[in-house]
Design a protein around this ligand. Structure first.
Ligand code: ZN
Ligand code: MN
Length: 185
């Protein structure tokens, strides 16, 4: 088995070149709820999907969350808002949003997936202990990408995905506390 590198470079064409129907890459956090709804309705209809309250609730939560929730976390939150919604509907809504370019899907080697309401280019830190994913505020300089792309024989780079892995502050703290609570015999 290949050891997971600290910085993984994965091609993620969907995140880089979403379909023709996708909206401009903007951070949804910057727009009002009303504008977000209007944008959702328009984008769904352009891609041949209906606007539904379920989809709107899922979209709102994914846009507001900074935690990159998985489908179950979205379900737990949205079921309080939309009674009777099922996990399957939440899952299908999430996939619809991704297909329309309204959200990004972050997939992991263990088969899990998280959803991101941000569709502008940005990178993540991933805690290998609790699985939480957060945005990285910084960006790589175009220089470093050029250097990495050099010497790739015939490979046409269309995008990249960068993820820093490690332990979040809470998990680091837990490990430290555990360590001090279990002194060696
Ligand atoms: Zn953690
Ligand atoms: Mn993100």
């Amino acid at each position: 088995m290949v050891k997971k590198p600290v910085i993984s470079m994965k091609m993620s064409p969907k995140a880089v070149s979403p379909g023709a129907a996708s909206p401009k890459a903007v951070s949804p956090k910057a727009v009002s709820p009303k504008a977000a709804n209007a944008r959702l309705r328009k984008t769904l209809e352009v891609s041949g999907h209906r606007f539904t309250e379920q989809r709107a609730a899922v979209y709102r939560f994914v846009c507001d969350a900074t935690t990159h929730p998985n489908a179950d976390e979205v379900f737990q939150q949205v079921r309080g808002e939309v009674p009777g919604i099922s996990l399957a509907t939440v899952y299908k809504s999430l996939e619809t949003l991704v297909n329309c370019g309204l959200a990004s899907k972050l997939t992991y080697s263990d088969g899990s997936a998280r959803y991101d309401g941000r569709t502008d280019p940005h990178h993540h830190v991933h805690c290998v202990s609790c699985g939480r994913v957060r945005d990285i505020p910084g960006h790589l300089s175009p220089d470093s990408l050029e250097i990495l792309g050099k010497g790739l024989d015939g490979f046409r780079v269309s995008g990249y995905r960068l993820e820093l892995t490690g332990f979040c502050s809470e998990c680091s703290l837990e490990t430290d506390t555990k360590g001090s609570m279990d002194p060696p015999n």
